[in-house]
Design a protein around this ligand. Structure first.
Ligand SMILES: Nc1ncnc2c1ncn2[C@@H]1O[C@H](COP(=O)(O)OP(=O)(O)OP(=O)(O)O)[C@@H](O)[C@H]1O
Ligand SMILES: [Mg+2]
Length: 190
């Protein structure tokens, strides 16, 4: 095969990958999430998926730190959750955090229990989100990225809402960007 033909083939394959990703995101968004909920200990859940998420960031030259505010005497945080769908939530949030910071930066993932909710936050530095962007964040197909589909946050919000939770976003120049996923706590303790 000539170099030109090879290049054309590579471009066609890249385009096919991009379309596959777009179609998969559209289908995820279009389907009303039907949850397969089970009692889920969030600490174990986060520890389980951390290596996969860290790898996702590592290939882009960013690192991931998982911190927990769960006290030693209170090691578990049970929720009623769909592990696969929640994994998708954190993959989408990690991708956004990773895309917002430069190479060598760290993204922090933190679990903080409250009396009735548990908060899992994803924090990144970098430029803050402009107020006009913040207002539209989560609106399907809203993106500021040249290759973005604008479905990542819309999918996150749908899945979290289906769990009876909510997504809060805070972004300032001093503190960076924090996305908080608040989920109802079923029972805490052992
Ligand atoms: N952590 C973040 N830091 C800075 N900007 C963010 C962050 N998360 C989201 N954004 C902004 O919100 C927009 C929408 O995010 P969303 O994840 O929905 O779509 P996207 O990342 O552009 O595309 P994709 O469908 O590939 O996820 C982004 O284009 C970006 O401008
Ligand atoms: Mg995104």
């Amino acid at each position: 095969m000539t170099d030109r033909a090879q290049r054309r083939l590579d471009l066609a394959l890249e385009e096919a990958d991009r379309l596959k990703q777009l179609l998969s995101e559209i289908l995820q968004y279009a389907r009303e999430p039907v949850l397969d909920v089970k009692p889920l200990d969030l600490r174990a859940f986060c520890q389980d998926i951390q290596p996969r998420l860290a790898e996702l960031l590592a290939v882009e030259g960013r690192s991931l730190v998982l911190e927990s505010d769960l006290p030693e005497a209170w090691p578990k945080a049970w929720i009623e959750g769909d592990a696969d769908k929640l994994k998708q939530v954190f993959i989408n949030l990690m991708r956004n955090a990773c895309e917002a910071v430069g190479t060598g930066e760290t993204v922090t993932w933190r679990i903080t229990p409250g009396s009735q909710v548990v908060c899992i936050s994803v924090h990144n530095g970098g430029d803050p989100i402009l107020p006009e962007v913040l207002a539209k964040l989560g609106q399907p197909f809203f993106t500021t990225k040249p290759g973005g589909n604008g479905l990542g946050m819309a999918i996150v919000k749908r899945i979290v809402a289906a769990h009876g939770g909510e997504v809060l976003i805070e972004s300032t120049a001093e503190a960076g960007t924090t996305v908080r996923v608040m989920l109802p706590l079923r029972v805490s303790g052992q």
